[in-house]
Write a protein that binds this ligand. Structure first.
Ligand code: FMN
Ligand code: FE2
Ligand code: FE2
Length: 408
C-alpha cells in the first residue's frame, strides 16, 4: 500500500450470514494491515471464517513477519469479525502489546479473558514505530460500537478507519479504488449502501460527527476494515457516507420502494393497480415481496428511497407477520421522513392497519389515507389504488437526487 505498509486481509466466501442476520452472497473482505517500522504493528485481525485466519497467517509470512516479532496489535474495533482470531493469534505473538481504547480493553477481557499486556489509548495519543512511521489514534464512538477508534499513520497519510467507510463484497482483482474497472462500480455502490443500511444506519449521527472530527486530518488513503481501499479518491467514500447518513434525515432519492405480501392474491391485485399509477412518473421503483425476499436487500432500497409503499393483508386480527418484522427493522434502522402509503385486504373486521399505525408511530413518515378493502378489490377501489400510486410518485419525483458524480 505504501513503503512498509501492507494489506494482509482475507476475502471471505461463506454461506453464513453476516452478524447472523444479513446474507453476503458476494462475500466480504476482512481487511487487516501490517506496518513495518523499527517496530512492527498489525492493525485489525480477522475472524476464523472461510479460511481467513490461515490466509492472514500466510500473508504475514509473505512479507517476512514472524508473529513473535510483532510489537503491537491495534484493535480499532472489537467486533469478532475483526478479532475472532485474536485469542489464538496472541498465543503466536506473545510479545505483542494490544492497543485499544478503554472500552475496547473491557471487551478484550469480556470476549477473550485477556487483561495483560494491554495499552489503552485515547484521542490524541500516538505510537512511534520508528523509520518515520507514527500511529495516531482518534476515537469515533458508535461507528460501529462504543469502543471504536481509527488509526492514522501520519507519514503515509493512511487512515485505518475500521468499520467506517466499509462495504460488503470481496475484491475482484484489486483492493484499490483506482484500479476498479468502470463496470464494477455499481457492484460497489450496491454493496456499500447495503452494508451501510444493514450495519451502520442506526449510527448515522455518529458517522457525521466522526467525519467532522477528522476534517483537519490530511487523509491520503482510507483503509477500512471491509471493502475497497480508497487510494485514488478517498473523498469519494467520505461523500458516499455523508450521503448515506443523510438518508436517515430528509435527504433521500426520488425513488419508491414497494414492500408487499399476500396470502391469496387480493392484496397483490391492488399492488398491480398501485404500480400502474406510480410507474407513470418514470422514477425508479423497487418491488420486494415478503417473506420471499431477504430483509437485508429490502432495507437497502427502503433506506435510500423517499417513497415507501407497504401492502399486506390482515392476519389473525393483526398484520401479516413478515411485514411486522419489516416495520420493526425499518424503525430500528432509522428509515425516517418518507412519503408513505399503506394498503391491504381483510376478510371481516381487519386489524393490519392498527398494527401499522403502532409500528410507524416513531418514523416521522408522511402517510397518505390508508387503502383498505374487503376481499377482492372492486373496480372503484382499484382506481383509488392507481391514484394512490400516482400521488406518492408525484410527491417523490419533486425531490432532487443526492447522488453526485462521486468518481473513483
Ligand atoms: C390465517 C388467516 C388469518 C386471517 N385473519 C383475519 C382477521 O383476523 N381479520 C380479518 O378481517 N381477516 C382475516 N383473514 C382474512 C384475510 O385478511 C383475507 O382473506 C384477505 O383477503 C387476504 O388477502 P390476500 O389475498 O392478499 O392474502 C385471515 C386470513 C387468513 C388466511
Ligand atoms: Fe462492526
Ligand atoms: Fe466489521
Amino acid at each position: 500500500m505504501s513503503d512498509g505498509i501492507y494489506w494482509i486481509g482475507a476475502e471471505v466466501h461463506t454461506e453464513d450470514l453476516f452478524e447472523g442476520i444479513w446474507p453476503i452472497p458476494e462475500g466480504v473482505a476482512l481487511n487487516a494491515y501490517a506496518i513495518k517500522g523499527d517496530k512492527i504493528a498489525i492493525i485489525e485481525l480477522v475472524r476464523e471464517w472461510g479460511g481467513a485466519a490461515l490466509t492472514f497467517m500466510k500473508n504475514l509470512k509473505s512479507i517476512d513477519i514472524d508473529p513473535k516479532d510483532v510489537d503491537y496489535i491495534i484493535l480499532n474495533h472489537l467486533e469478532p469479525d475483526h478479532t475472532g482470531f485474536f485469542y489464538m493469534f496472541r498465543s503466536l505473538a506473545p510479545n505483542a502489546k494490544v492497543v485499544t481504547t478503554e472500552k475496547g480493553a473491557a471487551l478484550v477481557e469480556g470476549f477473550y479473558g485477556i487483561t495483560d499486556n494491554i495499552k489503552i489509548v485515547k484521542t490524541g495519543d500516538s505510537i512511534d514505530l520508528g523509520k518515520g512511521k507514527v500511529l495516531n489514534f482518534v476515537e469515533i464512538p458508535n461507528v460501529h460500537w462504543p469502543e471504536t477508534q481509527v488509526t492514522y499513520e501520519s507519514n503515509s497519510g493512511i487512515l485505518f478507519s475500521s468499520d467506517a467507510f466499509g462495504s460488503y463484497g470481496i475484491h475482484k482483482g484489486s483492493i484499490f479504488d483506482d484500479e476498479q474497472p468502470e463496470a464494477i462500480k455499481p457492484y460497489w455502490e450496491e454493496e456499500t449502501l447495503r452494508y451501510y443500511a444493514n450495519i451502520v444506519a442506526k449510527f448515522s449521527s455518529s458517522v457525521l460527527s466522526a467525519i467532522e472530527k477528522l476534517a483537519d486530518v490530511d487523509i491520503k488513503m482510507i483503509a477500512p476494515a471491509h471493502g475497497l481501499i480508497w487510494r485514488g479518491n478517498p473523498k469519494a467514500i467520505i461523500n458516499k457516507y455523508i450521503r448515506y447518513a443523510n438518508y436517515s434525515k430528509e435527504l433521500q432519492e426520488p425513488e419508491i420502494t414497494v414492500v408487499w405480501g399476500s396470502m391469496y392474491g387480493n392484496t397483490e391485485t391492488m399492488l398491480n393497480a398501485i404500480l400502474k399509477g406510480a410507474s407513470e412518473q418514470e422514477i425508479p421503483i423497487h418491488v420486494h415481496q415478503v417473506p420471499n425476499e431477504d430483509m437485508s436487500f429490502i432495507l437497502a432500497d427502503v433506506f435510500k428511497s423517499a417513497g415507501l409503499i407497504i401492502g399486506c393483508p390482515t392476519y389473525e386480527y393483526g398484520m401479516f407477520p413478515p411485514m411486522r418484522y419489516v416495520l420493526e427493522i425499518l424503525n430500528e434502522k432509522l428509515t425516517r421522513f418518507k412519503k408513505v402509503a399503506f394498503f391491504g385486504s381483510y376478510g371481516w373486521s381487519g386489524g393490519a392497519l392498527k398494527v401499522f399505525n403502532e409500528l410507524s408511530e416513531k418514523m416521522k413518515w408522511d402517510i397518505e389515507e390508508p387503502l383498505l378493502f374487503k376481499g377482492y378489490p372492486s373496480k372503484e377501489e382499484l382506481q383509488k389504488g392507481e391514484e394512490l400510486g400516482r400521488i406518492i410518485a408525484k410527491k417523490v419525483k419533486e425531490i432532487p437526487s443526492k447522488i453526485k458524480n462521486e468518481e473513483y
